[in-house]
Design a protein around this ligand. Structure first.
Ligand SMILES: Cc1cc2nc3c(=O)[nH]c(=O)nc-3n(C[C@H](O)[C@H](O)[C@H](O)COP(=O)(O)O)c2cc1C
Length: 168
């Protein structure tokens, strides 16, 4: 492996390292105070299968941060299909609030949390713990249900671009 050490600051070299960290694109959703929230996120991971748990890292400047930190007891992690780049662009850009739900087939759980009917997979989470770390808050959810598509073909974000798995 060729490792290139350039005279650049840590922030830039960390960004460059992370450009090589391919991840599935998700949309985090919740409902609070009668309003629906959605945000594109890749800083998402499983914590454990026992207990079944997931974590999401949310910038405290994001509009979904307030509802998640102040009472939303449920949230969903919608793992996008390779064909759903438009939903990621909508939920991770300048379009705000309810307009983020204008594209996609959105359903709701019994408690009103929106989730995508045709996502690659959806993990339904009950809020369990949170940890503030720098600019972000790490939310840990206990997984209560998981849905998934038969085919494996997630939307991938790598090197600042959307992609898909070649063999899919
Ligand atoms: C592919 C992609 C991945 C992202 N991942 C995250 C993430 O993991 N955590 C985060 O806080 N913001 C992430 N963002 C940025 C937010 O989606 C974006 O800043 C969003 O517009 C913030 O929400 P707001 O406009 O509702 O305030 C990501 C954006 C994109 C396009």
């Amino acid at each position: 492996m060729t490792q290139i050490a350039l005279a650049e600051d840590l922030s830039q070299s960390m960004r460059n390292a992370l450009r090589r960290f391919a991840r599935s694109v998700t949309v985090i959703t919740c409902r609070h105070g009668g309003q629906r929230y959605a945000m594109a996120a890749t800083a998402v991971s499983e914590v454990s299968l026992d207990p079944p748990s997931m974590l999401v890292c949310i910038n405290q400047s994001a509009s979904i941060y307030a509802p998640l930190s102040s009472g939303a007891s449920e949230f969903c992690i919608n793992i996008l299909q390779s064909s759903q780049e438009n939903i990621s662009l909508l939920c991770g850009g300048s379009i705000k609030g309810e307009a983020r739900f204008e594209t996609g087939q959105w359903l709701e759980t019994d408690s009103g949390v929106p989730y995508l009917r045709d996502a690659q997979a959806t993990l339904f989470c009950h809020m369990d713990q949170s940890l503030r770390y720098g600019t972000h808050m790490i939310f840990i959810g206990r997984v209560t249900r998981a849905l998934f598509d038969a085919a494996v073909d997630p939307l991938i974000y790598v090197a600042g671009k959307y992609s898909r798995i070649q063999s899919a």
